[in-house]
Design a protein around this ligand. Sequence first.
Ligand code: SF4
Length: 322
Amino acid sequence: MAEPILRIRQLKQHFKLGGGLFQKKNFVYAVDGVSFDLYPGETLGLVGESGCGKSTLGKTLLRLHEPTAGTIEFEGQDITHLGEKAMRRLRQDIQIIFQDPMESLNARHTIGMILEEPMMVHGIGTPAERRERAKALLERVGLPRDAVDRYPHEFSGGQRQRIGIARAISLKPKVIVCDESVSALDVSVQSQVLNLLLDLQQEMNLALIFIAHDLSVVRHVSDRVAVMYLGRVVELTDAHTIYSSPKHPYTQSLIDAIPIPDPRQRDRERIRLTGDVPSPINPPKGCHFAARCPRAMDRCVTEQPQLITLSEGHEAACFLNE
Ligand code: SF4
């Protein structure tokens, strides 16, 4: 088996709140000990409701937030504490596409300037070569070459996301974190953008981390899926198994929330998810899902279930699987 391109171990991102001299210190446990490997050319779906920490995890592994603890390895090199200069070089290889391209595209810059900027920062090509590459990138993502002279507000949401993708691939990265990249788009536009991403993945052997709150979107693009709840991964396995044989009640509830045309297809009781994800500020000691879990037991409130291997490549953190 190929070596992982990205290896994350016990990664934590705790944000301090308050902290005045006589104030009690509170922490937001946004990411709380996450481990996984990502392989070249694969798509890892990262799912969970809003507030589960998946976007913070995506930004932390790109070092857009400094990790509180844990390690990040890229191609076997520990990059957890890499200096800013070395990290800037590495950002050629690891890119991110955000949900709202309008926020990440400078409204006062032409599309040409937006696409050429990363190449300029990394000293790639002459101005004429960069302009030509910007046009070629636009063509590759399905936009006209003359879009280089236009501004972001002249494009639709789907077209702006294509521009975001063009910028992300401009430096020929090896990993792209897609942070809710299609969540704001209409369903038909969503599938076009997803297909574009998958085509590029094949062409470039890209590894994708695909962050979404919607399991039905992740289902179509992922090789493996990690389900996050309140800062922790609670289940991780291949995309087929996560849908056909979920082992964590939270995963089951997310799957049960996907509408199905024929309810008779279900041979187990459905779990209806009620309430919201609890606050990640000083979360409870035991299983974070205990307050919403219909199968919670006494020990779930006091003990934290660990992620254990159930079968090859399938891990879940729930006492029901012991
Ligand atoms: Fe539910 Fe307990 Fe399993 Fe947590 S450990 S998911 S509370 S049964």
